[in-house]
Design a binder for this molecule. Structure first.
Ligand SMILES: Cc1cc2nc3c(=O)[nH]c(=O)nc-3n(C[C@H](O)[C@H](O)[C@H](O)COP(=O)(O)O)c2cc1C
Length: 165
């Protein structure tokens, strides 16, 4: 399978840890959105896009790239993210899944509008020291942790199998 992971991770490289695990399992290369021209993305059978969540959505460079992609048919994509994700329950809870659905929506909608079928969405907490939070030691210290990365690996195995749903 010819797979591409596009990932942007700058705050604490939290999402990079997730991207690296997924890339290893599915045998994909990881590239930054700024390194990619929209036209080359449709050369790949499978596209993964992920970043931290900043002001409620994926990084603008990912949204811009998704918006500039040429329309496709028969192409699959998946999303991933790390975020503050506090007070939303554990990973299997309906509340967490609803939260992930919401934060991934802007990027998902752009990809769907281009013709991509979304086969899965992964998210986990990431260490956050944005703004005043740093004065209190940050949120989600140590995340992603080994359990989060094991979940990311399980997600990637399902992606390899065709769908996580
Ligand atoms: C400028 C900024 C804005 C953020 N906004 C949000 C947000 O709206 N919701 C949220 O859950 N987390 C937010 N966070 C926390 C990040 O999503 C979290 O730390 C993430 O793991 C960062 O990923 P990275 O290390 O891959 O960049 C924000 C962090 C930064 C730096």
């Amino acid at each position: 399978m010819n797979a591409l992971l596009v990932s942007l991770s700058y705050h604490h490289h939290n999402t990079k840890q997730v991207a690296d695990v997924i890339a290893r399992v599915i045998g994909a290369e990881v590239r930054a959105p700024q390194e990619i021209s929209p036209g080359e993305v449709s050369d790949y059978d499978l596209l993964g896009m992920g970043s931290g969540i900043y002001s409620g959505r994926h990084h603008q460079t990912l949204l811009d790239l998704a918006g500039a992609l040429p329309p496709v048919t028969s192409r699959r994509a998946f999303l991933f993210s790390t975020s503050s994700a506090v007070m939303v329950g554990d990973a299997d809870s309906r509340r967490f899944q609803d939260y992930v659905g919401e934060i991934n929506a802007p990027l998902r909608e752009k990809l769907v509008s281009k013709g991509y079928t979304i086969i899965g969405e992964f998210s986990c907490p990431g260490f956050n020291t944005n703004s005043f939070i740093r004065h209190f030691g940050g949120l989600n210290k140590g995340r992603p942790n080994a359990e989060d990365l094991a979940r990311a690996e399980g997600f990637a195995r399902k992606v390899l199998a065709g769908s996580t749903r």
